[in-house]
Design a protein around this ligand. Structure first.
Ligand code: AMP
Ligand code: MG
Length: 415
């Protein structure tokens, strides 16, 4: 690296644009309904049949002709012979002749000849004969074929997010599968010989691996299927072997650690051997060292994030999450931002975009944002106490208390 490359920082927006240029939406996949849940639809769905498919009863009661019970009141009930029962699912072709009725259950097909349903609550519930105490106009308590959806109607469009109600609608129109944008499969691993699995007893010099859990959870929140592979020691051969094993199930790979300039920065050393990965110094704080490229035979997007947990998470939010949303084919790619009044002064290094952990709240109808914790990128406890980042632009070094700032919201979910 030349001296100028050493010192020149890459703008955040340029790095993000390079990433988004390299990442393409995943090819659509035909999946069963429950696999489609949580995905984005890649086809328009039209109803092959009307909903409801046939006229049916909205109540348990008696199907009859409204003219035959027009005079029914509490004091002058009308008694009709009951000629049969129609249960939901029944295909018995009763025809209701004048002066008669059939007992009918909710969801059962309306028998020809009948035009109304008298709820059982308006009657004595009789089986051979029924005494009806209230008149019901034509069409009462009848659900008409197609009143929800007419046959041929487009019920869901390309790009629709398939939550539980949409999955229910797919089933209701008779679909057992749907073409969706699949959830990206994300492989997450942490590099560092100092790392132990959480729960392991600490020994001298060792720390629990926070990043693989943090980043796997973040990828899941972003809509991915994420696999926490766990810890890889600072050994390039082990890292390459692990990546080569994992690439088979990955649409995107995230590592943390090993991307700065220290000795044992294995990610930097290893990745050149299995793909085209660039390591840049990006003009941001935290998160300056960033690796990004395409690796393996499928040219899988690869992110080599810095090791400090806060740096790793900020990098995820700023670069990885938009890439995951691009893979998913959903907009907007970026977290929402708001303008808020900051409660305390902030400083930011010249030429860098600072992402400061903060708590955003509403006070008297106005957004107020309070920085939380220090600026050290190892301070994960303050990260866990934040719901947002104050974003201080590159050309600002001092932010006065009370001034307006841009705040990036870290909602748990965003669709
Ligand atoms: P590195 O980027 O590998 O130089 O790591 C920078 C700092 O982050 C070091 O103090 C590491 O011990 C720490 N670190 C790296 N990976 C993790 C991890 N997975 N969990 C917690 N801390 C980590
Ligand atoms: Mg390391």
């Amino acid at each position: 690296m030349s001296a100028t490359q050493e010192t020149a920082l890459k703008p955040v927006d340029t790095h993000l644009a390079d990433i988004l240029d390299a990442v393409e939406v995943l090819a659509p996949l035909d999946v069963t309904l429950l696999d489609a849940h949580g995905c984005v639809l890649a086809e328009d769905i039209s109803a092959a049949h009307p909903l409801p498919p046939f006229d049916n009863s909205a109540m348990d009661g008696y199907a009859t002709r409204s003219v035959d019970i027009a005079g029914a009141t509490e004091h002058t009930p009308v008694t009709l012979p009951v000629v049969g029962d129609i249960a939901a699912g029944s295909a018995t072709p009763y025809t209701v002749q004048p002066g008669l009725c059939v007992r009918i259950m909710t969801g059962a097909p309306m028998p020809p000849g009948a035009d109304t349903v008298v709820p059982v609550e308006w009657t004595d519930g009789g089986i051979a004969h029924v005494s009806i105490r209230r008149a019901a106009p034509p069409g009462a308590h009848v659900r008409h074929a197609g009143e929800d959806v007419a046959a041929g109607t487009t019920v869901l469009q390309v790009g629709a997010h398939l939550g539980a109600p949409q999955v229910g609608l797919l089933a209701a129109v008779g679909r057992e599968r749907a073409l969706v944008r699949p959830r990206p499969r994300v492989v997450v691993l942490s590099t560092g010989t100092e790392l132990l699995d959480p729960g392991q007893p600490l020994t001298t010099g060792k720390i629990p691996d926070a990043n693989s859990s943090l980043l796997t959870a973040a990828a899941q929140e972003a809509g991915a299927i994420a696999y926490r592979v766990g810890i890889v020691p600072d050994d390039p051969t082990v890292l390459i072997d692990t990546l080569e094993d994992q690439l088979i199930r990955a649409d995107l790979v995230i590592t943390s650690g090993g991307v700065s300039v220290g000795a044992y920065d294995v990610v930097k050393e290893a990745l050149g051997r299995i793909g085209e990965v660039r390591f840049d110094r990006v003009a941001m704080q935290p998160g300056m060292p960033q690796g990004f490229g395409l690796i393996g035979p499928e040219r899988t997007p690869f992110f080599g994030l810095p090791g400090n947990p806060v740096s790793a998470y900020v990098s995820f939010e700023v670069f990885v999450r938009p890439a995951l949303r691009r893979l998913l084919g959903v907009e907007p790619l970026h977290r929402p931002t708001v303008r808020a009044r900051v409660t305390e002064p902030l400083t930011s290094p010249p030429g860098k975009r600072t992402f400061a952990r903060a708590w955003l709240s509403v006070d008297k109808g106005e957004y107020v944002v309070a920085p939380v914790g220090g600026s050290g990128s190892h301070l994960i406890a303050s990260l866990a106490g934040a719901n947002s980042f104050v974003v201080v632009p590159e050309d600002v070094t001092d932010v006065a208390a009370g001034s307006a700032v841009t705040v990036m919201l870290l909602e748990r979910r965003q669709r």
